[in-house]
Design a protein around this ligand. Sequence first.
Ligand SMILES: NC(=O)c1ccc[n+]([C@@H]2O[C@H](COP(=O)([O-])OP(=O)(O)OC[C@H]3O[C@@H](n4cnc5c(N)ncnc54)[C@H](O)[C@@H]3O)[C@@H](O)[C@H]2O)c1
Length: 250
Amino acid sequence: MTLEGTVAVVTGAASGIGRASAARLAEDGADVAIVDLNTDGLEGTRALVEAHGRRCLAVQVDLLDRQSISAGFGEIERGLGPVDILHNNAGGPARGKTRTFPNATTDQWDEVLALNLRSVADCTREVIGGMKERRNGRIITTSSEQAFKGGRGFTDYSAAKAGVLGFTRSLALEMAPYGVTVNAVCPGVIRTGLTDNMPDEYIQGTLSSIPMGRMGEPEEIAHAVAFFASPGAGYVTGSYLLVAGGRTLH
Ligand SMILES: NC(=O)c1ccc[n+]([C@@H]2O[C@H](COP(=O)([O-])OP(=O)(O)OC[C@H]3O[C@@H](n4cnc5c(N)ncnc54)[C@H](O)[C@@H]3O)[C@@H](O)[C@H]2O)c1
């Protein structure tokens, strides 16, 4: 119970990695605010958090809308108190419409960058002042193996996820004197709704490119998040942890 007495926020917590992260932070002792557009999914996550005997606040937020983010974080502070841990998890490629660069529209680029990068800055902005003042806090961002390797049809997503790493390092530098750490998890191919909808032949091709021969599980990313959130990781900042079964090694 290393996180007893802390308040964590997880964005994109209605499914996949965000749901596993919320459940794990609760297991480790945190009260957890769960943020997403999908309220039905949030109820499933709430049950997991509450099963660990922790307080849970489910807040519907559109992460593409700054006002919705501000209102959501206001509700969280009023409901659970100041935020100690923020896992900026929500994101993803342009679902079902990834296109090679010559065919990608600027609207699609704007949307992918807004969800994967700008929303990370917007959510962080809501909590960073308080963390700095209290000289305590953990910001955990979600990048991707795509920040390190290319992917056809993923120019927008790779650029956004590389941007997340730049944001993470620079903010870590700014916050280091205040004891606030900023780190990134970089998932490889993880079994979530994102991968469930991929065609079988794509999945088979993907599996053959993973040295460990299998996809990762959301709980394996949650474990990395829990490490960055833990008191023992207080001297770790500006780092990233690749959890990708060795996929970026060749
Ligand atoms: N699954 C993978 O293989 C993989 C690999 C690398 C990185 N990632 C990253 O991990 C994170 C989680 O991915 P996942 O696989 O769990 O995906 P997921 O689709 O299961 O979860 C994403 C969540 O974000 C929410 N969301 C999307 N747009 C939103 C918006 N505008 N406002 C509020 N909520 C919104 C969705 O409702 C969903 O619950 C993402 O940042 C993704 O880019 C995933």
